[in-house]
Design a protein around this ligand. Structure first.
Ligand code: PEP
Ligand code: MG
Length: 544
């Protein structure tokens, strides 16, 4: 047995097999092969497996997000079966006597280049699709298919780090735990693990990744950050016990379902939840959340290989609103950029992407993308109680411009005889110090504020949330951050707006009382934290 130490970012215990997540591009090497027929049949098998996986994903997507969103997987199956694509791979294997992985990678590059060079925007976007299907085949060839396939046992995903675009490709039903050699506690991988309610350890180190093997047994303790590889019998027994005790504690929390979020002295607060996809709604309902305080709509874009159309987005938003049956649903407009990179946006590489071209800055300079999303949101609004919020705000003029665009979209819909709700609430995220400092001027323009403490902490403390080397300098309870939140709360209330917190700090129960005393009206947390925060609220007495 070998023990490794990382940092636990979601407390739970997992026991299972390790599956190494390799980045396909890095894994492909050119290898000389004598038996080219054998190599061709390896390709055929990997391709057949990819066809099955795509069919499963299509069926799952059809059930969860509807036909329009599922259609892309049908297109992927057709591309994989394309004669030219298959002929190219077989001919590279035959003529160059090389391994199938290499032939697939070269074909992917050639086809992607060819698509990118076409005039038609639709065809250009197929470049990302051909890379996507090729990566799937390569994953199957290299035995790295476990997280992409739809069947089989659940595994502990071990990776160098995981980008949001990689996590969306994982079959979440098959992930037992995440362990990354690098990464930071505020990264979207950590947030995703909390959303998924599975143990996660980051910063396990390069030795860990170099030494573990695919398929070996491990125990992951997300409370302490320990990972036991090839655990002995006593360790397994001890951790099975710890797992049982933790599950029992979570089961007891379930008794708070249906109870109010009310302090001992009768003060009520809303506890909502953060989600990244329509598929998370089951967890929202299972944990008895009062609404959705943050739907990270950019994951719709990350899951796609091209800009999601108005119809695709409309179907997704409608589904969330209908499933929540009249409870509040706050959808955040596109927050792409920084660590959330999406190939087909073709964003330039930046020196400081967190300070760069991201979120509302993209939306305000790409009105085509922004209007498509707003049209879908406004159209979907008639199916429930919608709030729309805008990320990364720094100035009054940005908000004025946004409101003008919203008015334009409403006028367009009216002219086309399309309905929308008059009751939509419009809000902004307070996640830059600038927004907090001028919150007195922003509050009169909107219905609500939602504090994004992940970014607000990063920008206030000048600590890149993606950089694990400076975590020791990130004091999540830093007085500067808390005062900015307090200032925003005062200004919101002065102007009749309400204020929530949707960053990870909202789930920190050491701060719940302080937040309530500031007058925070809503806390939006990962689904698995809803009942824990409710428990904390119900123990607080604000009259003391
Ligand atoms: C935040 O910054 O706190 C937030 C909720 O947004 P994200 O984590 O998606 O950047
Ligand atoms: Mg943010």
């Amino acid at each position: 047995m070998k023990i490794y130490q990382g940092k636990g970012v979601y407390g739970a215990v997992a026991i299972g097999k390790i599956s190494l997540f390799k980045k396909p591009e890095a894994a492909v090497k050119r290898v000389r092969i004598e038996n080219t027929d054998g190599e061709k049949s390896r390709f055929e098998q990997a391709k057949a497996a990819a066809m099955d996986q795509l069919q499963e994903i299509y069926d799952k997507a059809l059930r969860e997000v509807g036909e329009a969103n599922a259609a892309i997987f049908e297109i992927h199956r057709m591309m994989l079966d394309d004669d030219d694509y298959n002929e190219s791979i077989n001919s590279i294997i035959e003529s160059q006597s090389v391994n199938a992985e290499y032939a697939v990678a070269v074909t992917a590059d050639n086809f992607a280049e060819m698509f990118s060079a076409m005039d038609d925007a639709y065809m250009q976007a197929r470049a990302a699709d051909v890379r996507d299907i090729s990566n799937r085949v390569i994953n199957n060839l290299t035995g790295n298919s476990s997280v992409h396939a739809g069947t089989g046992e659940r595994v502990i995903i071990c990776a160098f780090d995981l980008a949001p675009s990689e996590t969306v490709s994982l079959d979440k039903d098959r992930v037992l735990a995440f362990v990354t050699a690098h990464g930071s506690s505020n990264s979207h991988t950590a947030i995703l693990a909390r959303n998924m309610n599975i143990p996660a350890v980051i910063g396990a180190g390069d030795d860990f990744l170099n030494e573990v093997r695919d398929g070996c047994q491990a125990v992951v303790d997300g409370f302490t950050g320990e990972i036991f590889v090839d655990p002995d019998e006593d360790t397994c027994k001890k951790y099975l016990e710890k797992q049982r005790a933790d599950e029992e504690k979570k089961r007891l929390l379930q008794e708070l379902r249906g109870k109010e979020n009310i302090t001992l002295d009768g003060h009520r607060i809303n506890i909502y939840t953060n989600i990244g996809s329509v598929g998370d709604i089951g967890k929202v309902l299972a944990n008895d959340a009062g609404g959705i305080g943050l739907f990270r709509s950019e994951f719709l874009y990350l899951e796609n290989s091209d800009f999601p159309t108005e119809e695709q987005q409309f179907a997704a938003y409608k589904k969330v609103l209908e499933s929540m049956a009249g409870k509040k649903v706050i959808i955040r407009t596109l927050d792409i950029g920084a660590d959330k990179q999406c190939d087909y946006f073709n964003l330039k590489k930046e020196e400081n992407p967190a300070l760069g071209y991201r979120a509302i800055r993209i939306c305000l300079t790409r009105p085509d993308i922004f209007r498509t999303q707003l049209r879908a949101l406004y159209r979907a609004s008639v199916y429930g109680s919608l709030g729309i919020m805008f990320p990364m705000i720094t100035s009054v003029s940005e908000v004025e411009k946004i409101l003008e665009i919203c008015e334009g979209v409403k006028g367009e819909l009216r002219a086309q005889g399309m309905g929308y709700s008059e009751g939509i609430e419009l809000g902004i995220m307070i996640e830059t110090p600038a927004a907090a400092v001028i919150s007195d001027r922003l509050a009169p323009l909107v219905d609500f504020f939602s504090v994004g403490t992940n970014d607000l902490t990063q920008y206030t403390l000048a600590c890149d949330r993606q950089n694990p080397d400076i975590e020791q300098f990130v004091d999540t309870h830093h007085e500067a951050v808390l005062r900015l939140i307090e200032m925003s709360a005062e200004n919101a209330h002065k102007h009749g707006a309400w204020i929530g917190i949707c960053g990870e700090l909202g789930a920190d129960t050491e701060l719940t009382e302080r937040f309530l005393r500031m007058g925070i009206d809503e806390l939006s947390v990962s689904p698995s934290f809803v009942l824990k925060v409710r428990e904390a609220v119900r123990k607080i007495d604000l009259s003391k």
